[in-house]
Design a protein around this ligand. Structure first.
Ligand code: F0G
Length: 352
């Protein structure tokens, strides 16, 4: 018994944290590793979902942000700055509020999901919309913190973020008692695939797991620079979280793919939306569209034969469905209006 202390305390010996630092935590991590019976049936594999939308701000970013903001505070930084497609900004805003630091977020104009914007506002961040895409925002954030080092850059180009995010791999190994055979995840700026691979390798080097997983990363077809082998100038996808044309952790993603004998493939917006709807309707796990890219990729890999039947598979679902209510309601019918009458309700239940 006892409470979950957050990822820094849970894995302190693996985190770049010094004794005496004030740990800025919202008790992130410790998220469910949920069996997925319908996906298992469809693929002939044993499939689990790592439900990272269950983190305090609703995405996996919290795992890295606890570390980045803890380090920023210890280094005496006065504020935190990030570029974001939405989740990083929500997380940075929350952890900065907890630390009592100011937070500025740079987001691509008109391309961030409503829930994420609401979070950044609620936590008191200054939100600057940039006339450009995520890649432009990140370049501006890097230039700004180079010129004004009193602000900490809390994007995943910051190695403390990667160290924090590696905790998800530790949790999966601790929960399963081994690494999965295959790990599927969505790839945008490529920090997370880099972090998972670092986490698995760390556990492997210390003898805590005997085998490493194959890493399967999935990009949206309209934003798939790692699949094409070249940056994409105008990335487009309904999965705004991964609408990125020039991933900062390019080399980390390629190393994860090649060293693990894995792959990085593209999934279309239609495949993403089909997986998105399947997850909420059949597995009862409501995720945002980018998160469904991992499951779209799982189904694609099962169909094209690159995923061996019988594999133990973990798909990370990275962000909560409530982040993006607009996409959820895109094709939904208007709620029906009925009289105050049990008969009308019973007929909706198909009982009358
Ligand atoms: N899934 C979600 C829900 C995300 O928000 C992101 C990235 C990814 C997957 C991809 O992870 O970038 O490490 O490859 N979101 C960033 C942001 C870019 O600004 O919130 P990655």
């Amino acid at each position: 018994p006892g409470h979950w202390p957050g990822v820094i305390e849970a894995y302190r010996d693996r985190m770049p944290v010094e004794p005496g630092w004030r740990v800025v935590t919202l008790a992130e991590g410790g998220t469910p590793l949920l069996p997925a019976p319908r996906l298992s049936e469809r693929t002939g594999c044993q499939v689990y979902l790592k439900v990272d939308g269950a983190n305090p701000t609703g995405s996996f970013k919290d795992r890295g942000m606890t570390m980045a903001v803890t380090a920023a505070l210890a280094e005496g930084k006065q504020g935190v700055l990030c570029a974001s497609t939405g989740n990083t900004s929500a997380s940075a805003a929350a952890y900065a509020a907890r630390a009592g630091m100011t937070c500025v977020v740079l987001v691509p104009q008109g391309k961030i999901a409503l829930g994420k914007l609401a979070q950044a506002v609620a936590h008191g961040a200054r939100i600057l919309q940039i006339e450009g895409n995520f890649d432009d925002c990140l370049e501006l954030a890097r230039k700004t913190t180079a010129d004004y080092p009193v602000a900490a850059l809390v994007n995943s180009v910051n190695p403390t973020r990667i160290a924090g995010q590696a905790s998800a791999a530790y949790e999966i190994c601790d929960q399963l008692g081994q690494a999965p055979d295959v790990h599927c995840l969505p790839v945008g700026n490529a920090g997370n695939i880099t972090a998972y691979w670092k986490g698995y390798r760390g556990y492997h080097a210390d003898g805590l797991i005997s085998d490493l997983p194959r890493m399967f990363g999935f990009q949206a077809a309209g934003a798939a620079p790692l699949v094409h082998g070249a940056p994409v100038t105008s990335p487009e996808t309904i999965a705004t979280a991964i609408r990125i044309g020039s991933p900062a952790s390019w080399n980390g993603a390629v190393a994860a793919r090649d060293e693990s004998h894995g792959k990085i493939a593209a999934v279309s917006d239609d495949e993403i939306l089909a997986a998105y709807r399947m997850l909420s309707a059949e597995e009862a796990v409501f995720v945002e569209p980018a998160s469904a890219a991992s499951v779209a990729g799982l189904l694609q890999s099962s169909a094209d034969g690159t995923l061996p039947r019988g594999s133990l598979v973990v798909c990370t679902v990275t962000g909560h469905g409530l982040k993006d209510p607009d996409t959820a309601l895109l094709t939904a019918p208007e709620p029906e209006i009925v009289p105050i009458d049990p008969g009308a309700v019973a007929s909706a239940l198909e009982l009358a």
